[in-house]
Design a protein around this ligand. Structure first.
Ligand SMILES: [Zn+2]
Length: 248
C-alpha cells in the first residue's frame, strides 16, 4: 500500500490497532463504496496490549486494511498506554493532516474512560486547528490546510449522537475486519491471558451495539457520531424527511 503522500477524504484516527475497526469501520466501508478515499491512522502499535506482539498486530492491521479497502493505513508510533497531549504528538498529527489533507476526521470522544482514547481525541482536535495556522511548524515545509471537521464516535459514553450512519450493507465486512485482529479476540484454543475484549461475548456485543444504533434510525445497523459544532444544514426538508424512528 503506497500511502506516503496520498490525499484522503476521510481519516479515522484511533489509539490502538483494532480501535478503528471496532468503532468506525462500517462508516469507512460505506465511504469507500461512495467513492471517497479513506485512511486509518493508529496512534500506537498496541505494544502494551495483553495479547499479541507488535509484529503480529502490524500484520493483523494490514489484513484488516485490505478488507476495509483503505487507501492508507498510517501509524503515529506514540507509546501505547502513554498517549498524551504533548507538543511532539500535536506536531506529528499536524504533519499527517497537512500531508493527507482529510476533509473529515473520525476519532474517539474526549470523555472516553481509556486515557489513550481520550488523549487521542484531544490531540486530533488541537492538531486540526493548528494545521490551519500557517506559522505553526513552518519548518516541516508543509502548507497549512483548511481545518478538517472532527466527528467523535459514540462508543464509550451515553452521548446523544449528532447523526447515525446507516451501515446495514457493511456489517459482515466490518466483522471480518475486526476478526482480522485475531490475537485480540476469543479463540477457544488461545493460551494468552483473558482480557475484556477477548471474552466470548464481546464481538456479539459489538454487533448488538450496531443493531441498536441502526434501530434508532429504522435501519438494520448503524454507527453513531457526535459533532461538537453546530451542523450547517443546506436543506432541512431533505434532511428531516429521511427515514427516522420516532421512538429513538
Ligand atoms: Zn483502544
Amino acid at each position: 500500500m503506497d500511502n506516503e503522500k496520498i490525499e484522503l477524504d476521510a481519516l479515522a484516527v484511533f489509539s490502538h490497532p483494532d480501535d478503528a475497526e471496532l468503532t468506525a469501520s462500517g462508516t469507512m466501508l460505506k465511504l469507500k463504496s461512495l467513492g471517497y478515499r479513506t485512511g486509518v491512522l493508529d496512534m500506537t502499535r498496541g505494544e502494551m496490549g495483553t495479547r499479541g506482539t507488535p509484529e503480529v498486530r502490524a500484520e493483523e492491521a494490514r489484513e484488516a486494511a485490505r478488507i476495509l479497502q483503505l487507501d492508507a493505513r498510517l501509524n503515529l508510533e506514540q507509546p501505547d498506554g502513554h498517549v498524551w497531549l504533548t507538543e511532539e504528538a500535536r506536531r506529528a498529527m499536524v504533519r499527517v493532516i497537512r500531508t493527507h489533507k482529510p476533509k473529515v476526521i473520525f476519532t474517539a470522544h474526549w470523555d472516553d474512560p481509556h486515557p489513550d482514547h481520550a488523549a487521542t481525541a484531544r490531540i486530533v482536535r488541537e492538531a486540526a486547528r493548528l494545521a490551519s495556522m500557517r506559522r505553526y511548524d513552518e519548518e516541516s515545509g508543509l502548507d497549512a490546510v483548511k481545518m478538517p471537521s472532527v466527528a467523535h464516535a459514540v462508543f464509550s459514553r451515553l452521548i446523544v449522537p449528532s447523526f447515525i450512519i446507516d451501515v446495514s450493507d457493511f456489517v459482515e465486512e466490518k466483522m471480518r475486519a475486526i476478526q482480522a485482529h485475531a490475537s485480540q479476540f476469543y479463540r477457544a484454543d488461545s493460551e494468552e491471558p483473558q482480557t475484556r475484549i477477548s471474552e466470548k461475548g464481546f464481538l456479539q456485543q459489538i454487533e448488538w451495539r450496531m443493531r441498536y444504533y441502526g434501530s434508532l434510525i429504522g435501519a438494520a445497523a448503524g454507527e453513531a457520531f457526535y459533532v461538537r459544532e453546530a451542523l450547517n444544514v443546506a436543506d432541512p426538508v431533505q434532511l428531516l424527511t429521511r427515514p427516522m424512528n420516532i421512538y429513538s
